[in-house]
Each structure stands twice: as structure tokens, then as C-alpha cells.
Write a protein that binds this ligand. Structure first.
Ligand SMILES: [Zn+2]
Length: 165
């Protein structure tokens, strides 16, 4: 993991390498606090398999032409939407933001929701599962377990995703 983290700083902090930094942080979290921030489903027990999955996925991502705003995208597990998410205030959502700030002296806590179905907590691209959903969408495959990625179809799939987005 140390090497991969070093990759991130050597790459001039090219955003794609942040995947490893976030995974490293999560690995520390599951060992120390038994919960993680970025990667859905990561546990102390499955950590070694999880790292392998992330590595395999990472190679696919490097070969893909990712949109510049890749890490700003969200993937909704409920309705399959991939794109920008929306934010909703958690406390007193009926209260105008300025008034809330005036009364409570801080901004309202926001929660990410799906732009399409409004369900809370769409997965983002810092999450292995969010990226998996993205890749499945652009390769038009229900599952990418087994079977390699068809690189030739990628530019088409990206064009299609641009239309969807
Ligand atoms: Zn949704």
C-alpha cells in the first residue's frame, strides 16, 4: 500500500491516484475504528480481496478516458442514475439558508441525494462500488465479474454516457 500511496504523490496528485490514498485511509479506519469512509463493504476480513478488486478496477480506469469531472459524479444504487448529485439540508430544510445561518451561526448540514429519484446517499467515485457502477454503465454490462473489458467499445460508451449526462 505504501508504494501505491507514493504513486499518488509522484503522479503530481493526478486525481485518479487519490483512489489509493482513500483506500489506505479506509484500511486504517477498518482496522482501528471498524468502519470506513469511502469504500462500501470494506471490512478487516475482506481487505486483501478488496485491494485486489480495486487494483483490477484501477487498471480499467487508467485505460478508460474518464470525464474531467469524474470524481464529482455520483452513482445511485437505487435507480442506476450516474451524474451530479443534489444536496438537501438535513435540519429544518424548510428554513431559508440565510435565516438558518443567522439563527444557528453555521450553515445547514447538507446530505447528497440522487438528482433523479431523490434517494439519499448515492455512491460517489471515491467508492469502489460507485466506480464499479460507472464502469458497468459505460461498458453496458450488468456485471464485470469475469470477462475482460472491451476496450474498443469504450469511446462509444463514453459518447453515450455524455448523452445520458
Ligand atoms: Zn436514484
Amino acid at each position: 500500500m505504501g508504494i501505491l500511496e507514493a504513486c499518488y504523490s509522484k503522479s503530481g496528485y493526478k486525481t485518479i491516484y487519490s483512489i489509493w490514498e482513500e483506500l489506505a485511509e479506509d484500511l486504517w479506519m477498518v482496522n482501528d475504528r471498524e468502519h470506513c469512509i469511502f469504500n462500501t463493504g470494506l471490512t478487516k476480513e475482506n481487505a486483501s480481496d478488496y485491494i485486489k478488486s480495486v487494483a483490477a478496477q484501477f487498471i480499467v480506469l487508467l485505460e478508460s478516458e474518464l470525464p474531467e469531472d469524474f470524481f464529482h459524479l455520483s452513482a445511485c444504487p437505487e435507480c442506476g442514475y450516474i451524474g451530479k448529485s443534489e444536496y438537501k439540508a438535513i435540519n429544518n430544510p424548510w428554513m431559508p439558508a440565510k435565516l438558518f445561518k443567522f439563527i444557528y451561526k453555521h450553515s445547514q448540514t447538507q446530505m447528497a441525494i440522487c438528482l433523479k429519484c431523490k434517494k439519499p446517499f448515492p455512491k460517489n467515485m471515491s467508492d469502489y462500488e460507485g466506480r464499479e457502477q460507472y464502469l458497468n454503465k459505460i461498458t453496458n454490462k450488468l456485471s464485470n465479474n469475469g470477462g475482460g473489458l472491451n476496450a474498443a467499445s469504450l469511446p462509444d460508451a463514453h459518447a453515450e454516457l455524455d448523452v445520458i449526462l
